[in-house]
Design a protein around this ligand. Structure first.
Ligand SMILES: C[S@@+](CC[C@H](N)C(=O)[O-])C[C@H]1O[C@@H](n2cnc3c(N)ncnc32)[C@H](O)[C@@H]1O
Length: 234
């Protein structure tokens, strides 16, 4: 990722769609205990760490990301918090387990579903679960696929088949709402507005790309989005 990308993305509260209520749902459907241990895999600037911490007030939450300045932002946000900490590292290694919950918002596609689940299976407690949000086609249309620009994007049914083949069962699913998308895109658009005047060509390009992504999402939001998948080894 370029310097211009990080100039635009600096100081955003989160780096992908989602709400605190998605985390509360994940804690509820997986039966997470107040003493639970949680990994936020690909935590970005820590947008979900507060909600995860509230789910395990007597437990521990580790936010892990490979981008140093996201980790620095998360650390600053939760400095002094007795439950939450953030570290730089590779989420595939899932250090510090075993975990009752591995939460991952919008990051599993960096590894691929099967690879992520294979890596995390050994990092879970016997009753542990993984909850992650992932691009999903509500309708398998050309524009919806083009939005993701990737051939791995699939319907919920196709994702469920992949979980089953990998030896994982689905506990529950839930769509990330439009409010969840705006929790990401709202601050991103505000940052585009703030930086537009005086932007050099590289920054102007990433601003234009961000605006185009939001416009494309508005076109396809009835056809695709993020699904939250709560899964457990079978
Ligand atoms: C789309 S962002 C989502 C961030 C955060 N979960 C959120 O919702 O705000 C994906 C994050 O995954 C991180 N990431 C990607 N691959 C990773 C890896 N192998 N190990 C750790 N972090 C990774 C990126 O640095 C980025 O912060």
């Amino acid at each position: 990722m370029t310097t211009a990308f990080f100039t635009l993305h600096r100081d955003l509260p989160r780096e992908g769609p989602g709400l605190a209520e998605d985390v509360a749902w994940a804690a509820h459907v997986t039966g997470l205990r107040a003493e639970g241990r949680v990994l936020d895999a690909g935590c970005g600037p820590g947008g979900d760490l507060g909600a995860l911490g509230r789910a395990v007030p007597r437990g521990r939450v580790l936010g892990l990301d490979r981008v140093p300045h996201f980790v620095a932002a998360a650390r600053e946000r939760f400095a002094g918090d007795p439950v939450i900490r953030a570290e730089e590292g590779d989420m595939a290694a899932a250090p510090g387990g075993p975990y009752d919950l591995i939460w991952s918002a919008g990051a599993v596609y960096f590894l691929g579903i099967s690879a992520a689940l294979a890596a995390w299976r050994r990092a879970l407690t016997p009753s542990g679960a993984v909850v992650f949000s992932h691009p999903t086609l509500w309708e398998d249309t050309g524009p919806a696929r083009a939005f993701w620009g990737a051939d791995w994007c699939a319907t919920e049914g196709q994702h469920r088949a992949e979980f089953a083949a990998a030896g994982w069962g689905v506990i529950a699913t839930r769509r990330v709402t439009e409010a969840g998308w705006m929790a990401y895109y709202g601050p991103l658009l505000a940052r585009c507005d703030a930086l537009q005047d005086g932007a050099d060509p590289a920054l102007a390009e990433v601003i234009a790309e961000a605006r185009a992504e939001v416009a494309s999402w508005r076109e396809v939001r009835d056809q695709t989005g993020y699904m939250l998948y709560a899964v457990r080894p079978t």
